[in-house]
Write a protein that binds this ligand. Structure first.
Ligand code: ATP
Ligand code: MG
Length: 356
């Protein structure tokens, strides 16, 4: 059956990097992948045309798509929009929410060719390959009640950190499955010494463990996890955690690799429908110059093939092509060594296509 793919270029460097990723999608099609690709507007680009960051038309296309490829949204020109619900970032949150994309997969991989790009000691990060599984639709970012109100003559701000057993269980299963397919180690991160909600989190993870006998489950408090991540990141294989801890830890893990332009991500729902995007933002400082690194977006296509389209062989081919290009010494400016020539976004796309 023909599967629908929606490409949402978004803002900033989004159109430049998705253009290169779309060429890879087309190459997959030419190799027999049965997909139908269409484009849509999201974020600031949508706001300019429709006055809202997630137009009904885009949402409809998103719901019908098996996989969504997103560039990035946002930029300084929209930071002044007073109605927060019209900001570009709300468009992204809207898609996540409407499609129920609860499982955020964020690999942190150091390419051997780029280990020297990290500001950390190469021996600390060379060969790093972590998968952070972050719960994306619950936790303190969504809990009710929330607000700012007057109490005893002063204002107080409050949020609620809440997870149900079923929410914990479904993200737990994604993480256990992932660990089962990878290095058989799963570290669950919580703050069970202070927060009741994470006592439940830990309990549910323990309850699932016997169903995955080949996976070794461990637990860390989030403060210790942050320390360990910086001290000895290679001890981790799969990490599972809630929305807020995952937000922070996955950004920290991304920086360990030293190459924000290289990291893809996936956000999946229960039916395997997913949105795929680079971990980096819209990089307004370099937008329109044709110098952005398209590899994170191209690698996001590989994740789409693996997790939504059940085409692991094609996914591996894309990843191998990226490796070949890096082996050949090709670098966009963000990953170039000082004094070496860097290539444009399109030249990098050309090279990956040629190696694919
Ligand atoms: P957001 O809030 O959307 O995450 P941000 O400003 O926090 O945005 P980025 O947009 O990711 O973060 O940009 C951070 C820095 O990394 C910028 O200097 C940007 O130019 C650079 N950068 C991000 N993505 C790329 C890329 N694909 N290629 C080259 N440089 C990039
Ligand atoms: Mg940011």
């Amino acid at each position: 059956m023909t599967q629908k793919i929606l490409v949402l270029p978004g803002d900033g460097i989004g159109p430049e990097i998705t253009a290169q990723a779309s060429r890879i999608l087309a190459a997959c099609q030419a190799r027999g992948l049965d997909i139908e690709v269409e484009e849509g507007l999201l974020g600031g680009a949508a706001y300019e045309v429709h006055g809202e960051p997630l137009p009904a038309e885009t949402l409809e296309k998103a719901k019908a798509a098996r996989g969504i490829l997103l560039g990035a949204v946002g930029g300084p020109q929209w930071d002044k929009i007073e109605d927060l619900s019209k900001r570009p970032e709300k468009g992204l949150l809207g898609v996540r929410k409407q499609l129920g994309l609860f499982a955020n997969l964020r690999p942190a991989i150091t390419y051997p060719q780029l280990a020297s790009a990290s500001s950390l000691k190469p021996e600390l990060v060379a060969g790093l390959d972590i998968m952070i599984v972050r719960e994306l639709t619950g936790g303190i970012y969504f809990g009710q009640p929330r607000g700012i109100e007057e109490r005893n003559g002063e204002r107080v701000g409050f949020n609620t950190y809440v997870y149900s057993e079923s929410e914990i269980e479904r993200i737990g299963r994604v993480a256990f499955e992932m660990a089962h397919k990878r290095g058989k180690k799963l570290c669950s991160v919580d703050k069970a010494n202070v927060l009741e909600v994470t006592i439940l989190w830990r309990e549910v993870m323990e309850r699932l463990a016997p169903e995955y006998p080949d996976v070794e489950l461990s637990h860390l408090y989030v403060d210790n996890a942050a320390m360990q991540l910086v001290r000895a990141p290679k001890q981790f294989d799969v990490v599972v955690t809630g929305n807020m801890f995952g937000d922070i830890l996955s950004d920290a893990a991304a920086m360990l690799t030293g190459s924000i332009g290289m990291l893809p991500s996936a956000s999946l729902n229960e039916s395997g429908q997913g949105m795929y995007e680079p971990c980096h933002g819209s990089a307004p400082d370099i937008a329109g110059q044709g110098i952005a690194n398209p590899l994170a977006t191209i690698l996001s296509v590989a994740m789409m093939l693996r997790y939504s389209l059940d085409e692991p062989a094609l996914a591996s081919r894309i990843e191998a092509a990226v490796g070949t290009v890096l082996d050949g010494g090709l670098r966009t400016a963000d990953i170039a060594l000082e004094g070496t020539r860097s290539v444009s976004t399109a030249e990098m796309g050309d090279a990956v296509l040629a190696a694919f």
